[in-house]
Structure formats: C-alpha cells, structure tokens
Design a protein around this ligand. Sequence first.
Ligand SMILES: Nc1ncnc2c1ncn2[C@@H]1O[C@H](COP(=O)(O)OP(=O)(O)OP(=O)(O)O)[C@@H](O)[C@H]1O
Length: 264
Amino acid sequence: MTEPLLEARRVSMQFGGLTAVNQVDLAVHPGEIVGLIGPNGAGKTTFFNCLTGMYRPTSGEVRFAGALLPPKPRRVAMAGVARTFQNIRLFHNMTALENVMVGRYCRTRTTALDAVLRLPRHRREEAETRAHGLQWLEFVGLEGAVDALARNLSYGDQRRLEIARALATDPRLLLLDEPTAGMNPQETREAEALITRIRWLGLAILVIEHDMRFIFSLCDRVTCLVRGEVLVEGDPATVQGDPRVIEAYLGAPVAGGPEEGDRA
Ligand SMILES: Nc1ncnc2c1ncn2[C@@H]1O[C@H](COP(=O)(O)OP(=O)(O)OP(=O)(O)O)[C@@H](O)[C@H]1O
C-alpha cells in the first residue's frame, strides 16, 4: 500500500484526570475514506481536535505527508487538512459565497495594507477567490443560494456550505464530524453522493458518523473507538461483524447488513 497521507501515532489526550484519547494509532491513505465510529463520549471529536491542531495531544504525534503537523489550526489547514464540525460553525450573517471565500483566505497572499489601499494584487486575488468560491458552491449544489445568508439556509444546505468552505482551502484530506447529524433520509443520501464526488476529486476523507448504513456502505476502512481506545480496526465487513463492536456500539447484531436509517 502507498505511504499514509495522515498518520497518527500513539496519540493521547487527557483533560485533568480524564483520558479522552488513549494511545490511538490511525492512518489514512491517499484517496481513502476511513470511518471513525464509537459510542457517545468515546473520544472521536477529541481525536479530530488533536489531528487538526485545536488540541495539542498530551503525547504522541500526527504526521501529514510525512511531516509533523504543528498543533496550530491555520498551519494544519495550510498543510492540506480541512474539517467540518459536529455543531455547524458558519458565519451566520454572511452570505453563502462570503462563507466559502473566508475558507479560501488561507491560500491568498493579500496583506491588510493591500486590502485597505485596494492595490491590484488585492483586486486580482479577490476576483479569483470569488470565482473559486462560486465553483465550490456549484460543486456542492448551492449555486442557487450564492447570495443567501447562511442563517437562512436549510439545515442540510448549511452542512453542504460547511463542506464547500472546507473544500475552498484546497485540502488533500477532509475531516467530517457527523456530516449527516440531524438530516432526513433524503438529505443523508445526498450527503453520501456528495462525499463520493469529493473522493472522485482524489481527496482522502476521515469521517465520524453514527449512521451505520452510511459508514459501512461508504468507507474503505473503519476504526471503532471505545473509551478513548481503538477497539477494532479493519474493512467494513470485519468491523461490522465483530462481536465486540456489536456489543459496545451497535447494541444488537446487524443481520444481513444495516437497514435504512439505522442509528446507534
Ligand atoms: N474540553 C474538554 N474538557 C474536558 N473533558 C472533555 C473535553 N472535551 C471532551 N471531553 C471529554 O472527553 C470524552 C470524549 O469526548 P468526545 O466529545 O471526544 O467524544 P465523542 O466520541 O466525540 O462523543 P459524541 O459521539 O457524543 O460526539 C468525554 O468524556 C468528554 O466529556
């Protein structure tokens, strides 16, 4: 197999006396979709925060394309890792396009002075950023909502907008934290189709999700965390059939594959 794009080695995160993530190893290879599952409080979001520089892990290291990732969100984004959040974090009083343009600013070189003086470089980059943002809005299916305020979009559209903003940073790896949370079945199917199209662009994806149908139909590999530790890791069939996963997470055997709308 190719070298991992992302490699977490023995990552741990403690909050006082609580060990939220304990010696977790995880690798994502180029073009892969890897699922991260586990019961509530298993440490999934904390682990994402360790990967994206929001937390400095208590121990362990995170490498991206072979280099150590610094625990600084902006540097992580510039390295090529983008994410969405469990609780949508958009700029609610900005338009859809403005939200996506904000994502792009980690790739522009305009200084505050260029902007204030409206120097040619600023005007050129602003036009490029706008065109780029429009492309991503079209990619996620929001071309009809360019000028809509983020707060006026439906829940499913807000999630799509968050993904467009993440894509605007030109990532090689996209981390999605519960992308279908709160979605109806139709929106969930649309999110699945969108994630498949993102993979076709050549991006790798690491996704936290409670919808088992989604995880087992979309992912190449799945890691199950329980109480901060890796319980099982493997291909979807292996993880789905593992009695420890069924007991710790699914609660009951999933006969013949999970049903539509199965949620833990
Ligand atoms: N900033 C923090 N300070 C203290 N404890 C925290 C903090 N963040 C998370 N925890 C604790 O760490 C543990 C793991 O939480 P985390 O949110 O990572 O789990 P999760 O698997 O993402 O859960 P869920 O599926 O409910 O989102 C929990 O016991 C949580 O209370």
